[in-house]
Unconditional design. Sequence first.
Lengths: 78, 288
Amino acid sequence: MEFQSMLAWALPIGVGMAAIGSALGLGRAVGSAMEAIGRQPEAAGKIQTAMIIGAALIEALTIYALVVFFILQGKIGG
Amino acid sequence: MILLLIHKLSLVAPAWIGPLMVVASGGDTSHGEDHGGDHSGPPHLPSLVGMVFGSEGWAHDWINVLYSFFIAVVFSAVSMRVYAKRQMIPGPLQNFMEILVEGMYNFIYSILGKETKRYIPYLGTLFFYILAMNLLGIIPGGHSPSTSVNITASLAIITFLYAQWTGLSRLGIVGYMDHLAGQPRTAVSWALVPLMLPMHIIGEFAKPFSLAIRLFGNITGEDVLVAAFVALGVSAMAVFGAPNSPVGIPLQIPFYFLGILLSTIQALVFTLLSTIYILMMLPHEEHH
């Protein structure tokens, strides 16, 4: 298999795998935040801020995979 | 009045630094894929600068700098005008600016507290500047300067330097080293200093990297998504017997809303994380 076809297979799968991890993490984070807001609606603002920071840090990992995708996309040719 | 003064100061200074740093670094190479002739980089929507000046040459290479300068000029002009003509009973424009500035102030105040006044000029500018850069990609004929890693990296480097400077000036040299060493107070934490010091230093350098890559990746991903669906809509016209049609089915409309949401969230996240990094460098008595 040439490296172009290897890349064409591996890049989307890599991004997808990174997205699975992020999705699990985000699901947990947002779910817990929603529970916390439900239990303590007066603290919604603070919880939301903390949740957005956490979500950004989790989602950054998928974005790294996406950036690798963009970098290597040019090598696939076509 | 004070808020307006802050606004004037805030919008004139840091919005210029980002593009200037890219200029200083010898121009923009975000379209690296496009230079090599038969490129297959991510699809991009046509921008106004590209349509006027063609897809190569000076204007194409500096497109991100041009658009970010454009935003900086507009912001500076509007805020200077509003500041010069400020009145006790505000007009519509002044009212609008006061809403923006006060909203930003209250938001940052919930994190920084009484330190807000010192840091709001930088942080407020950062939010509106990044928001404008992100949203420019959604406007037809526009192009997000934040799809260039050079622009986002320069903003992240400014945040990094500002946070370090804040630490040095507010904590002092000794306090700064103490902060980097993890504030050793007990024998155990002194023993951990050789481990904590490199970890904190690497952490400080990782922060701007992650800030830059996050903004760049998100906005590039969003713009490529929109461009891909525009291309899909155009090629889908062949099904209706109209290949080479200049207009396509507007499949990208739902993704514009996603783009608006993502742009706002990413601008917010960049500002929020910058605020947190500065907060971590401020003197704090109760640690952990």
